[in-house]
Design a protein. Structure first.
Length: 603
């Protein structure tokens, strides 16, 4: 039959812990034990209670101070009888068979907060503290500062031993963020079971010393506390986090719960506004970065594009890390955007990090951010890509170009470890989904020791290959007419293209893919005197002759298009290289390398 253990000594509370047959229960001071005891003479992994064919037994793990059952020291697995007294170090436990003893009916748990709204009266100091928090929360420089302010307010008003914030990211991932006081950060962990109950019910949970209410399959480190409160942070229907408040030696009062709920409500509103602001800022940067008004939709009705859309839809719901593979210009960023917009994180920001533009010296600052004075020239705090993407998606463009030191830093973040901004002392954990893209063969890079194997396998959870344009030539007419329509709207011209010109475009190899195709159309329309675009207007390389004299299929001159694009962007930006790079959607260093290459090719 099932059994229970009652902890009756050394300030651990008077908590019945249900024991289920078929599994063992570790007892000790370390938080990984099933039954955590806080006695000074309790070993880290002191003893084990287990059930076998002969019944319930206890085994000492060679502890320094031993284990006693009914006054006898345990030297080998010892049978446990009903009402047996167990001494673990300096903590007394009572073992019982059958159901746990009934709790005090006066302690009703959990309590619906609606039932206590009419029973609380706020003290003047509590009202003053709430006013200061609510008026200052939106002035906090970062979301983390607002969270700390909320926890400090609760810790000041509520007699709590531990106060914590748990940000809720992926469905199976709980992200501990901040615990106060600082000394409790490593000693205690926030209860996943309380969080699961809040996630399911979308309301506050007030434990009030009753573990049975949560129907725990096995106990956890929460047994070290007398009472606990867990309050959800709701943004509409979405749960973005939870506040945990734990107490030793006494129970919370209705006023304590109400104060926690008020703080949680205003903190949730602040975090929601920050997330929306981050999303709008990143969207604004994305729109400004685009050189041409290319739609965020994927154009094409071919079978290859239909399969791509199906994979995007599945990847969006999966929430795992995605690796997008494809040649330059196929639209990998559009695929990442589509995944983000179809995912549960669509209300969060989508942040793009160009891995090829990072130097080894700047990787940590770019990824993790820095504090003022963290290094020479750091005259202000700056958020890194991870915090900018908090609550959303970080798109790692050209991940194959990431320097080795960046690969090392990034692997730690992917494994869920906290990071520290340059010049800061505190560790931070960001709630981010990662989507990576590359035009390189990462498997070959791993074999050549240019890319970390462990990072490759961590990134390659869900893989999506974007087909090159030459594998879906049937989409070219649709792409051409779509883009000419955008040019018409932008210029007011009535642009048309002849069937012969479309056929010629379908014959090209397109090493630069969709980006190159749009570049050809841009160039043709720029120098077109009329409104009808024909074969002669296409900026194509002269047809080359084979040794037999027969004409080969024409190919597009990518370098010529690049020279024209750079010249046009520099002219529009009035010689400002940074602005020109933004118009072209590339980094400033990439633009300068293109200009240098053009200069070297001049006769």
């Amino acid at each position: 039959m099932d059994a229970y253990v009652l902890i009756v000594g050394n300030g651990n509370g008077d908590q019945p812990i249900v024991l289920k047959r078929g599994r063992s229960y570790g007892i000790g001071r370390h938080r990984d034990n099933d039954i955590v005891l806080r006695g000074r003479h309790v070993s880290r992994h002191h003893a084990v209670i287990f059930h076998d064919e002969d019944g319930w037994k206890i085994r000492d793990n060679g502890s320094a101070n031993g284990t006693l059952v009914n006054g006898e020291r345990v030297t080998e697995p010892c049978p446990l009888t009903d009402r047996a007294t167990i001494i673990v170090g300096d903590v007394e436990l009572e073992f019982g068979l059958g159901n746990a003893p009934p709790r005090n009916p006066a302690l009703q748990t959990p309590t619906d907060s609606c039932e206590i709204l009419q029973t609380v009266a706020f003290r003047p100091d509590a009202l003053d503290a709430l006013y200061r928090f609510m008026s200052g929360v939106m002035k906090a420089p970062q979301p983390r500062d607002a969270i700390i302010s909320a926890l400090e307010t609760i810790h000041r008003l509520v007699p709590a031993e531990v106060v914590g914030f748990l940000g809720l990211g992926l469905e199976d991932e709980l992200l501990p963020r901040i615990v106060l006081p600082e000394s409790a950060r490593r000693e205690y962990r926030l209860s996943k079971r309380l969080t699961a109950q809040v996630r399911e019910s979308r309301r506050s949970i007030w434990l009030r010393s009753d573990r049975a209410t949560l129907e725990l399959d096995h106990p956890e480190s929460l047994v070290g506390f007398e009472d606990a409160i867990c309050v959800p942070l709701l943004s509409g229907d979405a749960l973005i986090g939870a506040l945990h408040v734990y107490q030793q030696g006494r129970n919370f009062q209705p006023l304590d719960l109400r104060l926690c709920e008020i703080v949680a409500t205003h903190l949730a509103s602040a975090l929601r506004l920050w997330r929306m602001l981050a999303q709008y800022e990143e969207e604004n940067l994305r729109l400004r970065r685009q050189a041409t008004p290319i739609s965020q939709d994927l154009i094409g009705s071919s079978r290859a594009m239909q399969q791509l859309r199906e994979r995007i839809a599945r990847a969006a719901k999966d929430l795992s890390t995605v690796l997008i593979l494809g040649e330059t210009g196929v639209g990998k960023e559009l695929v990442a955007t589509a995944i983000h917009r179809l995912s549960p994180r669509r209300d969060g920001p989508l942040v793009t990090m160009n891995c090829g533009g990072l130097t080894p010296e700047l990787v940590q600052s770019a990824l993790c951010g820095h504090r003022r004075g963290g290094f020479t020239g750091a005259d202000s705090d700056k958020k890194g890509y991870l915090l900018r993407a908090d609550g959303g998606v970080l798109f790692l463009d050209e991940i194959g170009e990431l320097p080795e030191v960046g690969q090392r830093h990034f692997l730690r973040v992917l494994e869920g470890q906290p990071f520290t901004p340059v010049g800061a002392d505190e560790e931070i954990t960001a709630d981010v989904r990662f989507i990576a893209a590359t035009n390189r063969d990462l498997e070959q890079a791993v074999r050549e020791n240019r890319f970390r194997e462990d990072l490759y396998y961590r990134l390659n959870r869900v893989q999506i290959r974007v087909p090159p344009l030459r594998e879906r030539r049937e989409d070219i007419p649709e792409l051409v007419h779509y883009y000419l329509g955008r040019l018409q709207a932008a210029t007011g011209r009535s642009l048309r293209i002849t069937p012969q010109a479309v056929s010629r475009l379908q014959e090209c190899h397109w090493p630069g893919n969709v980006r190159q195709l749009f570049g050809v159309l841009d160039s043709a329309c720029c120098f077109l005197e009329g409104d009808v675009l024909d074969v002669e207007h296409l900026c194509m390389e002269r047809e080359r002759r084979s040794s037999g004299g027969s004409a080969t299929l024409p190919t597009c001159n990518l370098e010529e298009l690049r020279r024209l694009a750079v010249a046009q962007a520099m002219a529009e930006a009035k010689g400002n290289a940074t602005r020109a790079a933004q118009l072209l959607g590339v980094s400033r260093s990439t633009l300068l390398s293109w200009r240098n290459r053009t200069a070297d090719e001049q006769p």
